[in-house]
Every structure is written in structure tokens, then in C-alpha cells.
Ligand binder design. Structure first.
Ligand code: ADP
Ligand code: GLC
Length: 487
């Protein structure tokens, strides 16, 4: 049976609401599936920022949900810049508030996150069973990360139901809550079992997806293998090994409409592989923006990141004294963990004129860094896929990465062999420690000085293609299998 109708359930989607790469994927994979003639609808909570972003949301249904004591509305609109239909689950007391999707303005988790995402999942369940929009029933519900995990569990209780797919974008975020929360949510008793949602006496929302979805995927082949081991499995490795015949790694694609140095509206000087002069001008503009000396032959290393333990900033800080002895400038844009923010502030104060730091979230600046930097650093301790190294390749900004997850699957280290067969596109280090990181940066800087070698590396990087085309087809295969397993 060909899969036609897909309900794509997510807690963020660019350009409506974004905290990280999940939003990039949720904003671009549905569009890629649409381009393959599939009827995809995104379903998202009606956060205040999303409601405010456009006036065109139209109510198409009113309904009630268990444990929610106000009427719920389903709003319909389009994902801006695409023709993808988007549904918002509008429950004002849960979603219409000032702050982020998961945190308040002080960066603390909303205390009612379990209630918020359980209500969201109940709405997904009802819609998937055609109880809310009777003339549209999906063949597949595609859930993403813990916020949508319960939807797969709830749907598993129905005799006739769509197939379910659960994609792990980051196994470390699990939606864990005390046992007392489980009781408050009024979920069926059967779910309180180690074979269901219970995890070391806590409620685990991600287990809803991992245990009950017909098929599982994650966002790179290497991460799919890594999460079956104790080092990366976050305590869930045995479950994932148990379900390994249902687990596939599908590499994320990039949206090359949004990330194309020739058409990027955020950058001043468009360029492509044949006309690299613009890149040098963007570099000068970036140096100016960060109050760094405008030196064309000084390598600029860029970083754009959530500031989370995952991203390896501790390794960078340890390696920094060595790196800062070189002719180099470092430009960092990020926000998140307050300790990491402070560590970076201290570092930039220690090396005046060499480090440009902006704490915060800034879409435009992120594009300018991709365009203006020479080198892009991602020392992630783990990285399910990673998108910035993929964007960097397209912008001719050579990635230096730790060999893990999607970084290992997308960046080809410069070695005599990869240089000879013209496949090199970056620098990869094997162990997550400061000396390996420093050595990889030194190799990149050394190569940067050899103009011809660097030029070829940039050309190879810019030619690599990680568009959605092939990955979207792999999702369709996954959907087909999930559908067959559910019927
Ligand atoms: P993750 O999802 O783990 O944060 P990814 O590499 O998959 O990592 O995706 C990160 C996305 O978020 C990219 O689009 C990146 O440009 C963006 N991003 C991260 N931090 C910032 C920031 N401070 N300002 C603007 N964009 C950011
Ligand atoms: C997660 C991962 C990141 C991945 C993104 C999109 O946030 O940390 O590696 O690229 O999801 O799948």
C-alpha cells in the first residue's frame, strides 16, 4: 500500500518556533515529502509566539480532551514559505504564555511540561483516529522526540489505527517525571510497567515512542549504532538493542533553499564555488561585526550552538590556550547553560581581540557566521546528526569535528588517501579530549596556509549534497514498513 497521508507531530518547526535542529528538520522534511506528492500535515502546540507570528490561523474544530478543563481548538494554517498544512493544538492555559516551548524566561523547565505534552499527545491520538477531522485520517503518524512519545503509546491501544514512527533526535532528553505525575495524568494502569512507560520508578515519555512505535529511526546511521551501547544509550541501550530490527538511521537533509550562500538574504555578499570573492567580503564583515581586526589571512573559526554539555565546550576551553597562540580568531554564537556561558565570557576576556562572543539566539547572525568563517568547529561529545557542519560544507566553511554520530557520517577527514581521491571535506578527530581537538584545529590551520590545498578542500566541501531528496524517500520506505506492521 502506498503511503499518502502523514501526520507529522513535533514540538518545534522552523520558521514558527525553534530551539535547535529538530525545528530545521520539522520545517523541511514535511516540505520534501510534499514535493514527493504526499499529503503531510504538521501538528504543533499553539505556543504564543506561533499564534502571534501570523493572523491567518483558522479554527477548524473544537473538542474536549481528558484531563484538560477548557475547550480545545484545532487551528489550521500553512508553514510559512511552504504549502505544508499546519495544525495547531490550541489550549491557552498550557501553551499561550510568554517564554520558550519548554522553558520559562529564566531557562527553567515549565513545571507543567508533563501535562502540556500529554495533552498534546492526546490531541494527536484523537486526530489520528479521525475523531476531530473526520474526512482526514493519516496512514502514518510520525512522532519526534519525547514530547510526542506518548502519542505512539496511546495509539497502540486502538484496534484500527495508523502506523506509527518515532524518530530519536536526541536520546538524552527523555521527558522523565516522578511516579506521582503518572497518577495525575490519568494514563491507563497498564502503562506503569518496565515494559511500557516506567523507567527506574519514573515516568519516561520517550519510552512511549521507543516501546510502542511500529518503527523507530534516528538521524544518522552512526548514532543508530551508538545508542545501542552503554556509552551513548542513556540507560535505554538494552531496549534499543531489543528493538534493533525496528530501528533505522536516516541522515538528516539540509534545506538548501534556506542555506545557500548564493541566495541567503541574511548575508551581504552572495557567493558560490565559482565566485568565492563574496566569501572574503563576508569574512571582513564578520570580523567587523565582532570587533575583531580585519585581517584577511587570519583564519576565523566559527561556532553556533546551543550551549549544552553535549556540544563539548569544556574541551574547547581546555584546548584554548594552545589554539590562541596561533594566528586565529574565534567567533561564537550560542545560548543555554549558564555555566558554559560564563566560561565563554571568561575566555573571551582572557584573549581580547581574538575571541568574538555573542550570547543569545540570532538567526541572521548564524547565517553570517556560516558565510564569513573559514573553519567551523563542532567538538560535540555526541551528535545525533548535527546540521551546522552540513550547512558549513555548503558555505565552504571547513568543518573540524569529533568523530561521532552524524558528524562521522558527513565529514571526511583530510588524509593522504582522501586528498588523492578528492573526497576530503574537513578534519575529524577520534577522541573527545582537548589534545585531539587541538591537534585537529592545528591541522586545519596548517592546511589553511597552503592556499591550493585549501582551495580544493573548499571546492570539495561545497560540492557535497545532503539535500532531503534521498532521505525523504528513505522515510517513505520506513512509513511503508510501519504501516504494514500496524495492519
Ligand atoms: P542541536 O539540534 O543539537 O541544537 P543541530 O546542529 O542539529 O544541533 O542544529 C542546531 C540548529 O540551531 C542550527 O540550525 C543552528 O544554526 C541553530 N542554532 C543553534 N544555536 C543558535 C543560536 N544561538 N542562534 C541562532 N541559531 C542557532
Ligand atoms: C537534535 C540533535 C542534533 C540533530 C537534531 C535534528 O537536536 O542534537 O544532532 O541534528 O536533533 O535531528
Amino acid at each position: 500500500m502506498a503511503i499518502e497521508k502523514i501526520l507529522f507531530a513535533t514540538s518545534e518547526a522552523h520558521p514558527l518556533i525553534k530551539t535547535g535542529g529538530l525545528a530545521d528538520v520539522s520545517g523541511s522534511l514535511p516540505a520534501a515529502l510534499n514535493a514527493l506528492d504526499k499529503d503531510v500535515r504538521i501538528i504543533l502546540p499553539a505556543y504564543r509566539t506561533v499564534l502571534d507570528s501570523c493572523r491567518d490561523w483558522k479554527p477548524i474544530a473544537h473538542f474536549e480532551l481528558p484531563n484538560v478543563n477548557e475547550p480545545v481548538r484545532l487551528l489550521e494554517g500553512q508553514l510559512p514559505g511552504t504549502t505544508v498544512l499546519t495544525w495547531l493544538v490550541d489550549i491557552p492555559s498550557l501553551f499561550d504564555r510568554e517564554g520558550g516551548p519548554y522553558h520559562d524566561a529564566n531557562g527553567l523547565d515549565w513545571s507543567d511540561n508533563a501535562q502540556r505534552f500529554t495533552a498534546f499527545c492526546r490531541a494527536i491520538e484523537a486526530i489520528a483516529c479521525a475523531q476531530i477531522v473526520p474526512d482526514w485520517q493519516p496512514d502514518i503518524v510520525h512522532c519526534n522526540d519525547w514530547q510526542t512519545g506518548l502519542a505512539a503509546a496511546l495509539l497502540s491501544q486502538h484496534g484500527e489505527r495508523p502506523g506509527t514512527v518515532f524518530t530519536i533526535h536526541n536520546l538524552a532528553y527523555q521527558g522523565l517525571y516522578p511516579a506521582s505525575t503518572f497518577a495525575e495524568l490519568q494514563l491507563t494502569e497498564n502503562f506503569w510497567s518496565m515494559h511500557a512507560l516506567e523507567f527506574h520508578d519514573q515516568l519516561s515519555m520517550i519510552k512511549g515512542g521507543l516501546v510502542f512505535a511500529d518503527m523507530l529511526s534516528t538521524v544518522s546511521p552512526t548514532y543508530a549504532r551508538e545508542i545501542q551501547t552503554p556509552d551513548f544509550g542513556c540507560g535505554l541501550e538494552a531496549l534499543l538493542r531489543h528493538r534493533q530490527d525496528r530501528l533505522l538511521g536516516i541522515l538528516n537533509g539540509a534545506d538548501y533553499e534556506a542555506w545557500n550562500p548564493l541566495k541567503d538574504p541574511y548575508i551581504e555578499h552572495p557567493y558560490d564555488a565559482n565566485k568565492l570573492a563574496g566569501k572574503a567580503q563576508n569574512k571582513a564583515a564578520l570580523q567587523t561585526a565582532f570587533a575583531l581586526a580585519k585581517k584577511p589571512r587570519t583564519a576565523v573559526i566559527g561556532m553556533i550552538s546551543r550551549l549544552a554539555e553535549q556540544k563539548g565546550f569544556d574541551l574547547l576551553l581546555e584546548a584554548l590556550p594552545g589554539i590562541m597562540k596561533k594566528n586565529v580568531q574565534l567567533v561564537i554564537l550560542g545560548s543555554g547553560d549558564k555555566k558554559i556561558e560564563q566560561g565563554l565570557r571568561d575566555a573571551s576576556a582572557s584573549y581580547p581581540g581574538k575571541i568574538g562572543l555573542q550570547i543569545g539566539y540570532d538567526e541572521a547572525l548564524s547565517h553570517r557566521i556560516e558565510a564569513g568563517a573559514d573553519i567551523f568547529l563542532m567538538p560535540s561529545r555526541y551528535e545525533p546528526c548535527g546540521l551546522n557542519q552540513i550547512y558549513s560544507l555548503r558555505y565552504g566553511t571547513i568543518p573540524v569535528v569529533h568523530r561521532t554520530g552524524g558528524l562521522a557520517d558527513t565529514v571526511v577527514d583530510l588524509t593522504p588517501i582522501s586528498q588523492a581521491n578528492h573526497t576530503a571535506n574537513g578534519f575529524v578527530f577520534d577522541e573527545a579530549n582537548a589534545s585531539d581537538l587541538r591537534a585537529a584545529v592545528f591541522r586545519a590551520l596548517e592546511c589553511y596556509r597552503q592556499k591550493n590545498v585549501w582551495r580544493e578542500l573548499v571546492a570539495q566541501a561545497m560540492a557535497v549534497d545532503f539535500s532531503w531528496n534521498s532521505s525523504a524517500r528513505r522515510y517513505l520506505d520506513l512509513y511503508r514498513i510501519a504501516y504494514e506492521l500496524s495492519h
